[in-house]
Design a protein around this ligand. Structure first.
Ligand code: KG4
Ligand code: ZN
Length: 338
């Protein structure tokens, strides 16, 4: 069978990334240009600045990727691009760039949902084996899903309020940490003790999650201690938060593993970079002899390799897009059709 080289484009937030992936599993070369340092000056991602920086940098990111891959556009079989969800201006830059490449070089255009991309990043580690339990934990998603095959998503549960990444970012702000909140909070937690016994929510039979109560509890705890004139050890708050948040995830994952006799599991999304979470999930997988895959750190956060990997099953089905394709700032990935 002929090898298939897909060029992926990802610009949904503040990373300009282009990658070439062979046969959906083998990363040839990935360039990720992070704008984090610029946005850190503003305390968070500024959408208008993000779009402008994508526009300034995307051609250079393509050139760097092709040069390092030692490939030309003629050798590429298809162009894959994140069309949803994300910052609309940022998505537009990547989508119009991908359309232009597809038009000029006469390549098929494939649309990829960003969260499907996070899931398929695991294909770059080892091929997904179905049925599969997938835990998606990112800035906007907390989802537990069964996958029966490629793009066959069966939702078990999701967050009823805030996403876990969003909660890491909010709690980081409460303890005075700057953007990016998640990784900073994890670093602070390493210096603290999880001795504050924050509540673990959602002790019910569902597979849904909830994090807004934990966030409010911590806001109130920090404020009350301050009013009382007590010293608040922020590292302990960070460590205790991490334990309570991750415990909620492991509780639900454990219930799903036992109920559905799970053999294969993956974790995807930015929060899967969290070391404590990786350790706890690994322990759980060992206990139940589940084959667990978590992407290496650089594939946990946004990158185009995952987009090119996720496009591969769509390439085989001939799911190609017209140039009228529009980006969507919000779209749920369960709506992605098989
Ligand atoms: O998947 P992602 O890069 O972007 C979205 O698609 O949302 O996830 C970003 C989220 C942010 O909320 C960020 O704070 C969180 O992932 N995150 C982390 C860590 N690294 C990134 N949260 C906890 N610990 C980390 N090490
Ligand atoms: Zn992401």
């Amino acid at each position: 069978m002929k090898d298939v080289y897909i060029l992926g484009v990802e610009t949904s937030c503040d990373e300009t990334s282009i990658s070439i992936v062979k046969n959906g599993t083998e990363e040839i070369y990935t360039t990720v240009l992070s704008q984090m340092d610029v946005h850190a000056n503003f305390g968070g991602v500024v959408p208008e600045v993000a779009s402008r920086m994508h526009t300034e940098n995307i051609t250079m990111v393509l050139e760097e990727t092709l040069a390092n891959a030692k490939m030309t556009m003629e050798q590429i079989d298809a162009i894959a691009v994140t069309y949803a969800p994300g910052l609309i201006g940022s998505l537009i830059v990547g989508l119009e760039f991908a359309k232009t490449l597809a038009y000029v070089y006469k390549k098929p255009l494939i649309k990829v949902h960003h969260i499907a991309g996070h899931i398929y990043s695991n294909n770059l580690v080892k091929p997904l084996e179905f049925p599969l339990l997938a835990l998606v934990i990112s800035g906007g998603h907390t989802d537990l899903i069964m996958m029966e095959g490629n793009y066959k998503f069966k939702p078990l549960g999701r967050t009823l309020d805030d996403a876990i990444g969003e909660t890491f970012d909010k709690v980081a702000r409460v303890v005075g940490l700057s953007y990016p909140g998640g990784p900073n909070l994890e670093n602070l937690a390493k210096e603290g003790k999880p001795n504050l016994n924050f509540p673990v929510a959602m002790n019910d039979d569902s597979f849904n999650f909830s994090f807004s109560g934990l966030k409010s509890y911590i806001v109130n705890y920090v404020n009350n201690e301050k009013i009382k004139g007590n010293y608040v050890e922020k590292a302990d708050v960070a460590a205790s938060f991490q334990v309570a948040a991750v415990k909620q995830l492991t509780n639900k994952v454990e219930a799903a593993i036992t109920q559905f006799r799970v053999k294969n599991m993956i974790i995807a999304g930015g929060v899967s970079a969290n070391e404590y979470l990786r350790e706890e999930m690994t322990k759980l997988a060992e206990k139940y002899e589940v084959d667990l895959s978590i992407p290496p750190l650089r594939l946990c956060t946004d990158n185009a390799a995952m987009i090119a990997a996720a496009a591969f099953p769509l390439y085989y089905k001939g799911e190609f897009e017209k140039f009228s394709l529009n980006p969507k700032s919000q779209e749920y990935f369960f709506e992605v059709k098989e």
